[in-house]
Design a protein around this ligand. Sequence first.
Ligand code: FES
Ligand SMILES: [Fe+2]
Length: 435
Amino acid sequence: MLSAELNARLTQTGKDAPAGKMMRHYWQPAALVDELDGPRPVTPVRLLGEDLVLFRGEDGRLGLIGKHCPHRGVDLCFGRLEDGGLRCPFHGWLFDHEGKCLEQPAEPDGSRMHEQISHTAYPVVERGGMIWAYMGEGDPPPFPAFDCFEAPDTHVFAFKGFVECNWLQALEVGIDPAHASFLHRFLQDEDPADSYGKQFRATSAGADKPMTQILREYPRPEIQVEETAYGLRLTSLRDLDNQGMHVRVTNQVFPHGITIPMSPEMTITQWHVPVDDENCYWYAAFTSFTEPVDKAKMRAQRLELYEVPGYRPKINKANNYGFSPDEQRSETYLGMGLDINVHDQWAVESPGPVQDRTREHLGKSDIGIIAYRRLLRRAIDAAVAGGDMPALAADDPLRGPAAFDTITEQEGWQEEWKSRELARRDRSGWAKSPW
Ligand code: FES
Ligand SMILES: [Fe+2]
């Protein structure tokens, strides 16, 4: 349970808010590279409560600048991409990728007024199929060497989805390993089909039954949490009586990411990025340690379920997330179909735009959330007072993190999952040891 003041301090990310100052120390995913496809690579971006426009100039350079023209405020998303920048269609002011005003064609010949105009602009880079922005002061931090950024381009697919709630409650579902046994429970097990949202339907490495069955039969994991250079490692243990130990290793990647295993071959790294205080996007990088990914197929599968532009899910609050009482009786615990993304969408949105944490009651199974909030408070305090920020201090680039799901012998699981994870990395030919 939090006080209303602390809840606001942890959730609000506008420019002057404490958590907003904290967030601005880190790179933020601003768009998918796919969003700039097509003949006119210009797209609106709302990020941490700021309205921006992202464009790729004729020279190929990316710019992320304020959405409202500094002359008289019109929307630059309707600008003309020409002459090495983005030109406002109201009176022709031209801005480059750094927000410099290059021309003011309605001003008198020889006017130097344009030299005085400096428009909001943030540095951006392309990584892992996403465009990342740094919205803080000073130089951006080095980019982490996480697997999704180190993998060959052929092995990573990125996508995003709009969520109507504050970023923190979206993130807190990802660091709650207990919910998978309930929210995502399938009352019958199916073949691990190659379908969207198949996470938990694949088998664990070394298991003879689907993960869904394990999660259903063992709903009370022992959850261990350790602080790491990148954030937190969460290890969920399910002692399968005489049939071994189910070990599931997931991570919180500070400030708003998670890395989890999707299948023996693939991990998902997902960021929960504030659009503003009542909306967020998840950005996910699906990283394969074996075969290249079929990006066209993965994107087409997902676009059946999301509207573009905007990436809003078609199954959503307005249609009750497809809830069916019949299904809830006989097929799934929740009654909202087989796509776990729909389940999570309901779980994060139904508490309301910003969850009222003065009324929550955290238990022992919420240990990941409790540890994360401690880390978050520390980071916010450091951002306000000036101090070391988590996940930025290391001299070495941050690697991994290891995200793995396997069944081992009861004894020696601590070493066994790590050696299997290292073997997978060896086989990949590109993934380095995360330790
Ligand atoms: S409002 Fe943009 S140039 Fe006048
Ligand atoms: Fe979930």
